[in-house]
Design a protein. Structure first.
Length: 178
C-alpha cells in the first residue's frame, strides 16, 4: 500500500469510477465513464425502499464522442440507479455539451450549459476525468506528431514543465529553461 497505515476505521462508502477511451471505425473517439456509489450498510430511501448494502445508490454512465480537434460531436448519458426517480430526467440535457471543445475553460462553459438545476452533479463531476482520458486516448507516439506543434500536454503538470528536464530531453524544441 503506497499510503501510510491508517488509523483503525470503518468503511462506509465506495465510489467506483471507470473510464475508457475508444477509437471508432469512423475516425471519431468515444470516451466513456461509469460511476457507481455503494454503501457498506443498508438504509431506507423514501422512493426506492431499502437500499441494501452493496446496491448502487448511483449508477451512471456518460459517453462523449469527440473528433480529432477534441470537439464534442455527441454526448449521451444514462442513469441506471439514483436516490430519486427524477434524477434521470436530466439525461437529455447532456446533449447540450455538443459543439464544445475540450480544452482550457471548457468546464466553465459546460457548467453554464448543464450545471446546477439543469444537470446532475455526479455526471458533471465526470467531465474532468473524461477530459483527461480523452487526451490520454488520443496521445500519439512522438514519431506521429507534427514536430513543429507544441504538444497540448506540455506544461500540464510538474513533470512536463517546459523548463524541466523531461521536456529538455524528450522535446528539446519546446524547452524554455536555461
Amino acid at each position: 500500500m503506497p499510503l501510510s497505515p491508517p488509523q483503525p476505521r470503518e468503511h462506509f462508502h465506495t465510489r467506483d469510477i471507470e473510464l475508457r477511451g475508444y477509437r471508432r471505425e469512423d475516425g471519431l473517439w468515444d470516451i466513456e465513464a461509469h460511476m457507481r456509489d455503494t454503501k457498506t450498510y443498508s438504509f431506507p430511501n423514501r422512493e426506492r425502499g431499502t437500499i441494501e448494502a452493496g446496491d448502487p445508490i448511483h449508477d451512471m454512465w456518460l459517453r462523449l464522442t469527440i473528433d480529432d480537434s477534441m470537439t464534442i460531436r455527441a454526448a449521451e448519458a444514462a442513469t441506471d440507479a439514483s436516490p430519486f426517480g427524477i434524477c434521470g430526467d436530466v439525461v437529455p440535457s447532456l446533449a447540450r455539451l455538443e459543439g464544445l471543445t475540450i480544452g482550457p475553460g471548457w468546464q466553465r462553459t459546460a457548467k453554464q450549459r448543464i450545471g446546477g438545476v439543469h444537470g446532475c452533479t455526479h455526471l458533471f463531476e465526470l467531465l474532468g476525468p473524461i477530459a483527461t482520458v480523452a487526451y490520454q486516448t488520443k496521445v500519439r507516439s512522438t514519431n506521429e506528431r507534427d514536430p513543429k506543434t507544441k504538444p497540448v500536454y506540455l506544461d500540464s503538470c510538474h513533470a512536463l514543465s517546459t523548463d524541466g528536464p523531461i521536456v529538455k530531453d524528450h522535446f528539446p524544441e519546446f524547452y524554455t529553461g536555461k
